[in-house]
Design a protein around this ligand. Structure first.
Ligand SMILES: C[S@@+](CC[C@H](N)C(=O)[O-])C[C@H]1O[C@@H](n2cnc3c(N)ncnc32)[C@H](O)[C@@H]1O
Length: 275
């Protein structure tokens, strides 16, 4: 059995786990260049930096796409607020608005990577997974959530609603829901799917320091070369430490090209795996 993450010898919080990477031989072809057999692979295969994808995530057109996406989804208090926020930002700042969030990032990444497999921890009402499905309708979706009731004061009904949302985008890939606490479901899931690798992963579930570290440590080794990891809420006022988690496990790891926005809104980070 693979050891999924190493515990440091430090026993006290904060959690100092690091992912136990294993040899990854699967690539996201849309963003990787591999030399022909017999020729030298001089560079790491990934051809695009996180910065160049960020340019595609942070633009006025992407905000308009996010508006169109949210307009098709069932509403809650947060999405009503966001729609007004997007529209007001677009009205006040026009093409100069440099706004980004998990939706604009996932729209840009899914468009560029054309993912075949997507794993998400923290699905809620299906907003972020629908952003991926809207750009890659044939993508297989692995969705982990414990459907915390009344999450952030709003209804969080579960897979049935999420499936209805995905139908709106003609999603035709597999939908694999794993219901329950990720700290109990991820271990058995990866024990039975040791070789599963993902083009795109979002970690947006447990927002505690230790919980976020553990979720990242489980999923990161299963990211393909050229694949992207998205981590939400890096400057959420209630979870300021999430930026430290992101920096320690991703930004400071040379296997990633990373991009972070921790200025306005709740912030978001994403990174692509080079090796
Ligand atoms: C911030 S919301 C996800 C939002 C979604 N990604 C989006 O962009 O619309 C967090 C979700 O994570 C779930 N969650 C929180 N802790 C969890 C845990 N330990 N295991 C599984 N799901 C969890 C909650 O039920 C909630 O639906």
């Amino acid at each position: 059995m693979l050891e999924k993450f190493r515990k440091s010898t430090a026993s006290s919080s904060p959690n100092t786990q690091t992912p136990a990477y294993f040899k990854m031989d699967q690539y996201v072809e849309a963003v990787c260049y591999t030399a022909a057999p017999g020729q030298t692979q001089w560079y790491p295969p990934l051809m695009v930096s996180a910065g160049s994808i960020a340019q595609r995530a942070v633009c006025a057109e992407r905000v308009q796409e996010a508006i169109a996406l949210l307009d098709r989804l069932s509403r809650d208090d947060y999405s009503e607020y966001l729609l007004k926020y997007y529209r007001e930002g677009a009205r006040r700042f026009n093409a100069g608005w440099r706004y980004v969030d998990i939706v604009t990032v996932l729209l840009a990444l899914a468009e560029q990577l054309q993912p075949k497999s997507y794993l998400e921890i923290g699905v809620r009402r299906g907003r972020s997974v629908s952003a991926v499905a809207s750009k890659a309708p044939a993508c297989d979706l692995y969705m982990f959530d414990m459907w915390v009731s009344n999450y952030a004061g709003m209804e969080n009904p579960g897979p049935e609603l999420v499936s209805q949302e995905l139908d709106k985008f003609s999603h035709s890939g597999e939908r694999i829901f794993t219901d329950g606490n990720s700290h109990q479901t991820l271990k058995p899931f990866f024990e039975t799917h040791q070789d599963l690798a993902f083009d795109l992963i979002t970690v947006d579930g447990d927002h505690s320091y230790d919980g976020a570290v553990e979720d990242l440590c489980y999923v990161l080794p299963h990211l393909k070369i050229g694949g992207a990891i998205v981590f939400d809420d890096v400057c959420h006022p209630k979870h300021r430490y999430l930026e430290d988690v992101w920096k320690r496990l991703i930004v400071e790891d040379s296997r990633f090209t990373a991009w972070t926005d921790a200025d306005i809104g709740y912030g978001v980070g994403f990174a692509l795996r080079k090796w």
